[in-house]
Design a protein around this ligand. Structure first.
Ligand code: ADP
Ligand code: MG
Ligand code: MG
Length: 906
């Protein structure tokens, strides 16, 4: 039996978009559920692929087309190429995915010297006839025969000029006849052949042109750009549809509609129409269409039918539809429908409302919203109507948009921020001592560093916009300015940054504030009921914990204690601890830190109660808390100059016998500062490491200075005891970073046990908490069964684990070669953003299996940045993790993605 290549709308399978294309499948479906679609047929994508393969239509296709044309003739009573009542058709392309770049639609095919008089006679409208004819010649010439549009436009303008009219509507039948004749000559002249007059020849040329357009440059580029693979869409179908006319008088119209408002999601009639016009006129913008509600007055009966059509479409597809229709002499025809593309606000609202209306179930309501799109709702974004060109480009390091005055140091940011000014902190890179500047700023811009730079990580945690590594900007903090090419930014100049794209703009661009609507809350509540995976937040301070809670975090998966050290009142004590020359001095500094940490923990535990809070013991190398060598050397040079000034002034004042010297800075005071800075410089040099990220940090540091971890553990456990005493139900977890062997865990655990005994007896309460390990070294993965003997939980730190697995340092990778790697497909994605399932994922899976062999109820989670990425979340679900943890603003995205992971796994 030979293959079937052509299906009439009444027989094609409306579900088979792959074979019939999206447009064709929906035309079949609509016909079969009884909507008024003009009769027509679809030639399949298989015919397209075979045609492209062999450069010839498969045998039998034209015969099948002929038979289907005959069927159209029977249904409509018209004749293709007939002298009376001629059948005209449109030829429309359509593949499985909607894809601009493929062939444009040809309208009015079937007109020639024989059929045109028939059409005119039948409609008794000469102007209409010639208008249809000239449109056909131009479309066919342009689309099927590649005649440049300008050649037609020149002739058209010439006729308008001669007639002395500006708009098309001013032309009468004779003018349009003239236009048609000129157009026929244009085609003849350009192609060297007369315009095809045989209607079947017209149809064959058009079909082949549609097929060829699948391999046109525009279409190929589009597929590459949007990663459309053959299993998503392969070949285009051709739809041949009986023409209906919206331009035969004032009882005719054409329009487009959305079944709901695509901007807000509101359940209302939405769309535009034009009376006495053809479909293309609405899109072309030649005349201004009217909003659909005006049809209620103008054509009440047709409006009623349109509402009915809309209800049927949604009722059937159970999805918001974007549809096209034409009214010919008071009869409504539907010409196309497809799923409507809406913004995130509208998707969320319509999901909840369609569920409430009984149209869809919860599962569908959740699945139809793409978690990544929620991003739009959670941060301020730039008003999309702006047309500014960016001044510079960096990495999109923390989403959101912000405008403010440039400031070049944290102190100035704080001063202006306190005064109520909006500021953007601009630095080459940021350091822990800049933290007060973050609080005061709307956003952070750095010229160096990647997406895990200090600026990026801190900004993300705070939910502030950040553009990092904008290398085109030279920041001169001392002279308080920055240069970009020949443009200079001075302190106080206003800039706008977009942390979602990495763009930096001069001046203020209006932003749109995010809204956490009631519908979004409802949808996320459904997500939480559906999901297996819990979603935690990474949060380091009470303020961040509060924020995490407002985004619906079910606990804190990573609380980085060093972040608590950075506040201005603590950093000096931390520096004191680092500069300590012996244990006593260090202990003295730690004693001052203890109450501060304990109060922080208490506050965070209380905010999150009864949710779990995972506290990571100190992780970064100590030198991170000190200024850089370079900076200290600069300061010392300045101080020494100042000492000379002080000396000179004292000498001068003495010689002149003037009073008042005692009120000024003395040489001793300057000396003391210099001595302190020199000590710091020595320490910085002493702590210098070739590769600090692989150096003296994490549990290595904790074991060399056990008193530091002891202070932190004491802080956690005393806070727990005090909360428990106050009746607050707390569930802290102590997490050890950078572990490579169970010996390390055992040593820390001993200190935990000792302190537990002491604090339990002192407070007279039994402490409930968990002890566990971060998994971020490859060795820890291989020793998981041993570690699980001591740890009660694991948390994958996939930032470090990815660096370790790839042997990449993230910043270098992202700044130097990763873009090339992803562009050339050497790596599919940036593994620091999307979990590398094949490599890192294999290690994770092995770790989970080994760990649970030892302890079957081992709790396992992930706290790397990838924890907020939907595809990574699906993988985490697959390998049996209990939770994911991500920055607070990504929590809603992760909650929805966790529900998707569960639904898709079923
Ligand atoms: P696109 O893929 O760009 O949406 P379409 O195939 O839908 O292209 O056609 C372009 C325009 O022509 C639309 O406005 C459509 O409504 C109109 N059109 C297509 N086929 C017909 C037809 N048989 N009768 C009347 N108008 C048509
Ligand atoms: Mg269309
Ligand atoms: Mg780490």
């Amino acid at each position: 039996m030979s293959k079937k290549y052509v299906y009439s709308f009444s027989e094609g399978d409306g579900k088979n978009k792959h074979l019939l294309g999206g447009k064709g499948a929906n035309l079949c479906e609509m016909t079969q559920i009884g909507l008024n679609v003009p009769p027509g047929f679809v030639i399949t994508t298989e015919a397209c692929l075979e045609y492209l393969d062999r450069k010839a239509l498969p045998a039998g296709v034209l015969e099948e087309v002929g038979r289907h044309v005959q069927l159209l003739e029977e249904k409509t009573g018209k004749r293709f190429g007939g002298e009376h009542n001629p059948l005209l058709v449109s030829v429309r392309s359509g593949s499985a995915m909607s894809m601009p770049g493929m062939m444009d639609t040809i309208l009015n095919l079937g007109l020639n010297a024989t059929t045109l008089p028939g059409l005119i006679k039948q409609t008794n409208n000469e102007r209409f006839g010639y208008d249809a004819y000239r449109r056909f010649i131009q479309l066919f010439g342009k689309v099927a025969l590649s005649v440049p549009d300008e050649l037609f436009d020149e002739e058209f303008d010439e006729v308008k000029r001669q007639a002395g009219v500006k708009a098309d509507v001013g032309l009468n039948a004779a003018h349009l006849k003239d236009v048609s004749e000129r157009f026929l000559r244009v085609v003849h002249h350009h192609t060297g052949k007369p315009f095809p007059s045989d209607v079947f020849e017209q149809l064959e040329i058009a079909i082949k042109a549609v097929f060829n357009s699948w391999m046109g440059k525009r279409a190929i580029d589009y597929r590459r750009e949007f990663h459309i693979t053959p299993d998503m869409a392969n070949g285009t179908a051709v739809n041949v549809v009986t023409m209906v006319f919206g331009n035969m008088g004032n009882d005719c119209a054409t329009g487009v509609g959305f079944t709901r408002n695509p901007g807000t999601g509101e359940n209302e009639m939405f769309g535009e129409y034009l009376v006495n016009a053809q479909g293309e006129d609405v899109v072309a913008g030649i005349r201004t269409p009217k909003p659909v509600h005006e049809m209620k007055e103008e054509m009440p009966e047709l409006y009623r039918q349109l509402v009915e059509l809309r209800d049927k479409l949604e009722g059937h597809y159970k999805e918001v539809q974007d549809y096209e229709y034409t009214i010919e002499k008071s009869t409504l025809y539907c010409l196309q429908t497809r799923n409507g593309k809406m913004n995130a606000t509208a998707m969320v609202r319509s999901s909840v409302e369609m569920f409430n209306e009984g149209l869809i179930d919860r599962e569908r309501a959740l699945l139809r919203v793409n978690p990544d799109h929620l991003e739009q709702l959670l941060h301020p974004c730039l008003d999309p109507s702006h047309h500014q060109k960016p001044l510079a480009q960096g990495l999109p390091a923390s989403p959101g948009a912000a405008s403010g005055r440039c400031v070049f140091d944290a102190d100035q940011a704080e001063i202006l921020g306190r005064a109520g000014q909006k500021v953007i902190l601009v630095r080459e890179e940021t350091k822990p001592e800049d933290i007060h500047g973050f609080f005061a700023s709307q956003g952070i811009l750095t010229s160096r560093g990647g997406k895990t730079s200090h600026a990026a990580v801190v900004a993300r945690g705070m939910g502030k916009a950040c553009v990092a590594g904008a290398e085109g900007i030279k920041v001169h903090s001392r002279s308080r300015q920055a240069t970009i090419g020949d443009i200079t930014l001075r302190e106080g100049d206003i800039i706008t940054i977009d942390g979602s794209t990495g763009d930096v703009y001069l001046g203020e661009i209006p932003t749109i504030e995010p809204t956490f609507s009631e519908e979004l809350k409802t949808l996320l509540a459904w997500a939480d009921e559906t999901a297996q995976l819990k979603v935690m937040a990474n949060a380091d301070t009470p303020v961040a914990a509060q924020l995490a809670l407002s985004y619906g975090a079910m606990g804190i998966g990573l609380c980085r204690t060093e972040r608590m050290f950075n506040a201005t009142d603590r950093l000096p004590i931390v520096v004191e601890m680092i500069l300590a020359r012996n244990l006593e001095e260090r202990q003295a500094a730690l004693d001052k830190l203890l109450p501060i940490q304990r109060e922080d923990f208490k506050e965070i535990f209380t905010i999150m109660a009864p949710r779990p809070v995972t506290v990571r013991l100190l992780d970064p190398p100590m030198h991170e808390f000190l200024p850089s060598e370079h900076q200290l050397e600069d300061e010392l040079r300045a101080l020494e100059q100042y000492r000379t000034v002080v000396r000179g002034r004292i000498a001068a004042f003495g010689a002149l016998n003037l009073a008042g010297t005692s009120e000024n800075v003395t040489e001793e005071q300057v000396n003391a500062v210099i001595a302190k800075k020199e000590l710091m410089l020595r320490k910085v040099r002493e702590l210098y490491e070739v590769n600090p990220m692989l150096g003296h940090r994490g549990v290595r540091l904790g074991l060399t200075y056990p008193e530091i971890y002891e202070m932190q553990i004491r802080g956690i456990l005393e806070a727990t005891a005090q909360c428990q005493k106050e009746g607050i139900q707390v569930t802290p977890e102590i997490m050890v970073p950078q572990v490579i062997t169970s010996q390390e865990l055992r040593l820390v655990k001993e200190s935990v046990d000792k302190l537990r005994a002491e604090i339990e007896s002192r407070y007279g309460t039994k402490l409930s908490f968990r002890f566990g390990s971060m998994i971020e070294t490859v060795r820890a993965c291989t020793r998981a069964h041993e570690l699980a003997g001591i740890a009660e939980f694991f948390s994958f730190g996939t930032n470090d684990l990815t660096q370790a697995t790839f042997s990449f340092s993230r910043e270098d990778a992202e700044n130097k070669f990763l873009p090339l790697y992803t562009e050339h497909g050497i790596l599919h994605d940036n593994p620091f953003e999307v979990l590398d399932v094949n490599g890192v994922g294999t290690l994770m899976q092995m770790t989970v299996e080994r760990g649970r062999q030892t302890k079957s109820d081992l709790k396992v989670g992930i706290c790397g940045e990838q924890g907020g990425h939907p595809a990574s979340i699906r993988f985490c679900q697959k390998i049996g993790l209990n939770y994911v943890s991500c920055s607070a603003p990504r929590v809603p995205i992760a909650r929805l993605a966790a529900a998707h992971a569960q639904l898709l796994a079923q």
